[in-house]
Design a protein around this ligand. Structure first.
Ligand code: NI
Ligand code: MN
Length: 237
């Protein structure tokens, strides 16, 4: 007796909007991370009004992660997911669709399971108000698991993430100065046991400009793959 399964593999699409802003599309839902587009000269070809979003995830309060969050939430009616303090700030700006979380917690959304993980970074809002603790996100979906570290230093806590789940792809900062740089990102990818890394948080400002060739070579020499996506580019995994 033979069992024939009509197996449809789910895919995930990842679009880069510059700096630390990505859209992850899975199962017809679009999750946008850290919208910072209108203030980023490198993303001048991206129009906020053309960005689809069902969810907006905010890792921390800094302007290069929150600048377009309110406007994008207004345009899309997306649900804003962040820490408690940032969700309060978002609500004060007139956006009522928020879901407050905090580090260590997870919640089941219709795209899958979202877990908030530790990040070593500061978090104040653009107006100087308190922005809670910076965090990273772990998305577990039927199309794969994604670790978006947010702005962070290399941390031993990343080993917990690698032990906890299989990570299929990760977004890690590589620009140094404000976050970890290339060498520490290679170690981070070892800690989370994921050889497929999309670089973020580089080139946007003078102190975080990097040599792309050198960065890619370092990852290759470590047996890893560093993807430096073009702004506006979409990949399917
Ligand atoms: Ni930051
Ligand atoms: Mn930043």
């Amino acid at each position: 007796m033979r069992f024939i399964k009509n197996f449809v593999e789910k895919v995930m699409k990842i679009t880069y909007y510059g700096h630390a802003c990505f859209a992850v599309e899975v199962d017809g839902k679009t999750i946008v991370f850290d919208p910072f587009i209108s203030g980023n000269p490198l993303a001048k070809n991206i129009q906020l009004k053309n960005i689809k979003a069902d969810y907006i995830l905010i890792s921390h309060g800094h302007e290069d992660h929150t600048a377009d969050a309110i406007e994008l939430a207004r345009l899309t009616n997306a649900l804003v997911v962040s820490n408690f303090e940032i969700c309060n700030w978002v609500q004060e700006k007139g956006i009522n669709r928020v879901h407050a979380m905090n580090i260590g917690g997870h919640y089941m959304f219709d795209f899958g399971k979202l877990k908030c993980v530790n990040a070593i970074h500061s978090s104040s809002m653009p107006d100087g108000s308190y922005g809670g603790s910076a965090m990273g996100f772990l998305l577990e979906t039927e199309a794969g698991n994604v670790y978006y570290s947010g702005d962070t230093a290399l941390s031993y806590d990343m080993k917990l993430i690698g032990d906890y789940k299989r990570i299929d792809i990760c977004m890690l900062p590589i620009g140094s100065n404000f976050t970890m740089g290339i060498d520490n990102a290679i170690i981070a990818s070892e800690f989370v046991k994921c050889d497929r890394v999309i670089g973020m948080h580089y080139d946007t400002f003078p102190p975080i400009r990097i040599d792309h060739q050198e960065a890619k070579e370092k990852f290759t020499n470590a047996g890893k793959d560093l993807l430096l996506m073009k702004i506006g580019e979409t990949i399917t995994i």
